[in-house]
Design a protein around this ligand. Structure first.
Ligand SMILES: Cc1cc2nc3c(=O)[nH]c(=O)nc-3n(C[C@H](O)[C@H](O)[C@H](O)COP(=O)(O)OP(=O)(O)OC[C@H]3O[C@@H](n4cnc5c(N)ncnc54)[C@H](O)[C@@H]3O)c2cc1C
Length: 398
């Protein structure tokens, strides 16, 4: 059965890319996003890795993302006062830093200009599968029909539980995310990001080209908080807690002291997806965080979401019908995303270390940076990955 039409649920990162890639594969795709509009100014920043850029190239969206991002050529790991430069991978372009809202807008505009309809205010609540297609039901009472349905609806995916009601949900990493900018000017080059393992918590920072310093922190916190709970705590109180955790950290303490509460963004409890038994069922399939959300420590969530969206389209282009295409897609993607998730989970242990690990970190980290965490070994296979859009996907047996 040839797939001609697709409903893509979710207009974040994976959704618009999946729709663009599907259209290039000859499949008419429309995106349905729950939120009434693109969320300007919220959600903090993120980095797109070279492999994410390469995948965007396959759908003609690389330039749109380059235009709203800046390069991050230098990286430094700091443990207390000890600093280790992380050498760039030879021949690989720099990571690109951008605001999440800008990424969403760039992908949205690109998709619309390619002819993808994007409808806002359409929250999927149920799916009926018929013999020949799917009917999506939205919270506003409307419906839409197509040959297949792609769940690009993020870490709290509805499509995931429609595919498998027993599917595990996202797991809390034990860390609460914050982002802000401080008045302090740190003595770093523009474009250098410093990953700093403080005495009791991880933070990162980079000089803002216009003055001041942008920073983010991962606060170890036993109990996950809902976004509403986290935001109900006054920003000044969160800054007080962060100041306690980073007391004695240089420049962490000073960054927090020179941050005004109205600039603090509470990103909320950081979640990951454990390995999912089923990525697809019948005519429904998952892409992006809905299937494989690695921790934010990987710096790869969005890039992997983009890759998966492109690979799904290639499989649907080349294989006969949703069943064989979804199986090939999962075989192509699962090992890669699980390797990235495993690396990120090792970093998370270092971000919230126990007392013994904290003592050993200054000795172990530099050693690890020369061995298991050496850039080529740790992130080379992630960042050097380029999808060959034109190469046909073979239907291999599991
Ligand atoms: C603090 C933090 C920092 C991060 N930093 C990085 C980084 O530096 N680099 C990186 O690559 N990744 C990073 N990530 C991860 C990255 O944000 C995600 O991997 C990426 O956004 C996944 O894209 P997605 O499209 O799968 O999901 P999302 O971007 O979450 O999009 C899902 C969309 O689906 C919509 N939706 C949900 N339910 C429904 C429904 N029922 N009906 C219709 N629509 C629905 C949502 O409103 C949303 O717009 C970070 C994440 C966090 C939390």
């Amino acid at each position: 059965m040839t797939v001609r039409t697709a409903l893509v649920i979710g207009g974040g990162v994976a959704g618009p890319v999946a729709a663009m890639a599907l259209r290039r594969a000859g499949i008419d795709a429309a995106v349905y996003e729950a939120y009434p509009a693109t969320a300007d100014g919220v959600g903090g920043s993120l980095a797109i890795a070279p492999n994410g850029l390469a995948a965007l190239r396959a759908v003609g969206a690389e330039d749109a993302v380059l235009a709203v991002s800046r390069p991050m050529p230098g990286m430094v790991m700091a443990i207390g006062r000890r600093r280790t430069a992380i050498p760039p991978l030879p021949g690989v372009p720099a990571l690109r830093l951008l605001w999440r809202a800008d990424l969403h807008r760039a992908l949205h505009e690109r998709a619309v200009s390619e002819g993808v309809p994007i409808e806002h205010g359409r929250r999927l609540v149920a799916v009926d599968e018929t013999g020949s297609g799917v009917v999506a039901r939205f919270a506003d009472g409307t419906t839409a029909a197509a040959d297949i349905l792609v769940g690009a609806d993020g870490v709290h995916s509805t499509v995931r539980s429609l595919i498998d009601p027993a599917a595990p949900g996202p797991r809390y990493t034990g860390l609460l995310g914050f982002e802000s900018s401080a008045g302090l000017d740190v003595p770093e080059d523009d474009g250098t990001i410093v990953y700093s393992f403080g005495r009791r918590g991880f933070y990162l920072y980079r000089r803002h080209p216009g003055g001041g310093t942008e920073w983010g922190a991962n606060l170890p916190q036993e109990r996950p908080l809902t976004p509403a709970e986290a935001r109900a705590v006054p920003a000044a109180e969160w800054l007080r807690v962060l100041a306690g955790v980073h007391a004695g950290d240089d420049p962490g303490a000073e960054l927090i002291r020179t941050t005004s509460p109205d600039r603090l963004q509470v990103l909320g409890s950081l979640k990951i997806m454990p390995s999912l038994p089923h990525w697809h069922r019948g005519r429904m399939v998952l892409v992006g965080d809905a299937a494989h959300a690695p921790s934010n420590s990987s710096g790869q969530g969005a890039s992997l979401a983009i890759e998966s969206a492109v690979q799904l389209a290639r499989c649907l282009r080349d294989l006969p019908g949703p069943g064989p295409a979804f199986e090939a897609y999962e075989r192509l993607r699962r090992p890669r995303v699980e390797r990235v998730a495993a690396r990120a989970s090792r970093i998370n242990h270092a971000k919230a270390p126990g007392p013994v690990a904290r003592l050993l970190m200054p000795v172990l980290m530099p050693l690890a940076m020369r061995t298991v965490m050496a850039p080529e070994r740790a992130v080379g296979p992630e960042q050097r990955y380029v999808i060959d859009w034109d190469a046909p996907v073979a239907q291999t047996q599991p």
